[in-house]
Write a protein that binds this ligand. Structure first.
Ligand code: PRP
Ligand code: URA
Length: 205
């Protein structure tokens, strides 16, 4: 399933990302803001459970998300501002890290670092701003599935229709929340209009 955000604020923030004059600090901040919008949408139907809480009236059972069962997995580098944003909102969630790099000539993704804690029975938010060919997201989902994740939800900022279709065809049970679906890919497999290389934009390289 794809869910594309449609709020005018989302479109405004996407334009801010496309603006080459947005420097790295603003770029990361904007990615973080968009991530919160995606997270709110993705959490809309999540169950709540009772949490024993010391309130001003004494001990009560108040409603809360079960953060202990949420694992946030980021794809380095460009996913880092997204991970920070989710962890600010859900400070008791667990974090995992994958490093995946696209080869600049073949455009094929390669996993080269994996520091993901136990996934069994967990709901996973997989965060990566860009879905171009979809190869990086497919690699990450394959790994998380092999670790027996209960449910996988991806949060992405900009995607190409072909990359998203590829992921959806391979894993129809994965829910994809995306801020903006763009026109397509160019010959170098960059998203058009896109925003360029998200990792470079975020970290001044
Ligand atoms: C970017 C992005 C995705 C990937 C998308 O990472 O963060 O992980 O490209 O491309 P794909 O859908 O064709 O696989 P990149 O490999 O450029 O690494 P970086 O974050 O270190 O710049
Ligand atoms: N990775 C990016 O950061 N941007 C693209 O357009 C494609 C892959």
């Amino acid at each position: 399933m794809f869910y594309e955000l449609s709020n005018p604020l989302t479109k405004t923030l996407i334009t801010q990302l496309r603006n080459q004059k947005s420097e790295a600090l603003l770029f990361r901040h904007t990615i973080a803001e968009l991530t919160k919008q995606l997270l709110y949408e993705a959490l809309k139907d999540f169950p709540l459970s009772k949490k024993k809480t010391t309130t001003w009236r004494g001990e009560e059972h108040c409603m809360a998300l079960d953060e202990a069962n949420i694992l946030v997995v980021t794809v380095l580098r460009a996913g880092m501002p997204m991970l920070e944003s989710v962890m600010q909102t859900l400070p008791n969630a667990t974090a995992g890290f994958l490093a995946i790099k696209r080869d600049e000539v073949t455009h094929k993704s390669k996993l080269y670092y994996d520091r993901v804690p136990d996934c069994q029975g967990k709901t996973i938010f997989l965060v990566d701003p860009m879905v171009a060919t979809g190869g990086s997201l497919l690699d990450a989902i394959e790994l998380l599935k092999s670790r027996k994740a209960l449910r996988i939800i991806t949060l992405n900022i900009i995607g190409s229709p072909e990359g998203l279709e590829r992921v959806n065809a391979a894993y129809p049970d994965v829910d994809i929340y995306i801020a903006q679906i763009d026109e397509g890919l160019n010959a170098e497999k960059y998203i058009i209009p896109g925003l360029g290389d998200a990792g470079d934009r975020a970290y001044n390289t």
